[in-house]
Ligand binder design. Structure first.
Ligand SMILES: [Zn+2]
Length: 458
């Protein structure tokens, strides 16, 4: 089997070109100012008009749709998301390519062959071509041996695809590589057919500026919207902001560019969800992480303890990010693991990049409310969220630099003594041994056994 695997991290962008007239690979290549590294045929088209017949969005315009499956891939740059046509259009994606038909959905064979007859599905045809993805790679398969669609779906799965669609195969199959400005054919059919829709893949240039990962951190609520309020008056908007700011610091330490929806409380009014999504979408972030504290809901859950993370859908790249963050959180916070949950929260739906929402703990029970106000707990939560993001981005986690000293003694003459003493943060209060502090201050420390007390001489 012939296949091409490209790491998503190495892809700068993917463009869907054409959709209305038929052109050869060379004609398309010649028409482009910036030459792609790979060029391959995409969806099926009407041989007379040249117009694409599968669901196709090129530069935000839906060229055709409704004839075949609505399952396909949606993207703006290289963040390919499995989507259906209606959602891709509603969420305003620049590109959408529907399957002709779909092959794999969430790792399971799913041949949604609306519009195709059984003959098309079950006839073993040669030169099939499929496009698939998993969390890390874009995978293009173009076997030379005849395949039925179910057998081809199995091949795409074996190649590592979690989602895959069939493209327009047979004589239309063209997988071309740009070698020093000249197109070289990787697929093996002989025809040089003019196709309607083409996928152009641009790799990040070696030696060029390494594109930094960009993450939007959204501190939930703010301003006139306090979010949930704990029994002792703790406001969700305040703890969300503290955790968000600490998560920002940790992400920046690891080389990630951070875009905040808010850096402080909001002076007047509130920050509506659409505005938060707009900030993330306009900044072109790779991910959005929205930080919240949970509260009991009489509707579906009365337990009211623990940590949970939400993703937009199980097929979104946000799902594996949610899993990574949830894992890091429950590994250190000692709270109940309520798992990763799915819901089309407005913030997740309105953000084009994979987005998650973290419910750090329940603010409406006194134990977890107290934790949420504790500086050490906020720090530990923020670091865990950041660690999950960093690892999901395939970057190295950079721990906080070890403190050189944690106590500074300033004498009356202004001279400074820096030293390290043992310390422990207990619910926001730093505890340290009396003896060590006294000795740093130049005192003698003893113990009076009769009085059963520590004696400090100065
Ligand atoms: Zn909230």
């Amino acid at each position: 089997m012939e296949q091409l695997k490209i790491k998503l991290a190495n892809i700068d962008r993917i463009e869907l070109i054409g959709g209305t007239v038929r052109r050869t690979a060379q004609q398309v290549f010649d028409s482009l100012t910036n030459k792609p590294d790979y060029l391959l045929n995409a969806g099926m088209y009407d041989t007379k008009s040249g117009l694409t017949v599968c669901d196709t969005i090129v530069n935000g315009v839906l060229l055709n749709g409704g004839n075949y499956t609505d399952k396909g891939f949606a993207w703006d740059d290289h963040n390919i998301e499995p989507e259906n046509t209606a959602a891709a259009k509603a969420r305003g994606y620049k590109f959408f390519l529907g399957g002709s038909p779909s092959l794999l959905w969430d790792g399971v064979t799913n041949i949604d062959s609306k519009g195709f007859d059984n003959y098309f599905v079950s006839k073993a045809k040669s030169f099939r071509i499929g496009l698939g993805v998993n969390d890390k790679e874009l995978i293009i398969c173009f076997p030379t041996v005849k395949q039925t669609l179910p057998a081809f779906a199995g091949m795409m799965a074996a190649a590592g695809c979690r989602y895959a669609i069939n493209l327009d195969g047979g004589g239309s199959t063209r997988v071309m590589q740009n070698v020093n400005g000249k197109l070289r054919q990787l697929s093996s059919n002989k025809e040089n057919r003019a196709n309607s829709t083409w996928l152009a893949i641009y790799l990040k240039k070696a030696g060029g500026d390494k594109v930094k990962k960009k993450v939007c951190i959204d501190a939930g609520h703010g301003g006139t919207d306090p979010g949930a309020v704990g029994p002792n008056g703790t406001k969700e908007k305040d703890v969300a902001l503290q955790i968000a700011l600490l998560a920002r610091d940790a992400l920046q330490r690891c080389g990630i560019e951070v875009v905040m929806t808010r850096n402080s409380d909001i002076k007047n009014g509130r920050l509506v969800i659409a505005e938060r999504c707009k900030i993330a979408n306009e900044a072109g972030v790779d991910y959005l992480v929205s930080i919240h504290a949970n509260a009991d809901s009489d509707r579906d859950d009365k337990t009211g303890y623990g940590t949970e993370t939400w993703a937009y859908s199980k097929k979104s790249a946000g799902y594996s990010l949610a899993q990574a963050v949830q894992k890091e959180l429950v590994a250190v916070n000692g709270l109940t693991d309520r798992g990763v949950k799915i819901k089309e929260w407005a913030i997740l739906k309105g953000t084009k990049a994979p987005a998650i929402l973290v419910e750090t703990a329940f603010i409406n029970n006194t134990q977890e409310e107290k934790l949420l106000t504790d500086a050490a707990f906020q720090k530990l939560t923020a670091e865990a969220i950041a660690k999950g993001i960093v690892q999901h981005c395939g970057l190295a986690w950079v721990p906080e630099p070890a403190q050189q000293y944690n106590l500074k003694v300033i004498a009356i003459d202004g001279s400074e003594t820096l030293c390290q003493i043992e310390q422990e943060n207990r619910n926001g209060t730093i505890w340290a041994p009396v003896r060590q502090i006294a000795e740093v201050l130049g005192c003698k420390v003893g113990y009076d056994a009769d009085e059963k007390c520590v004696v400090i001489n100065r």
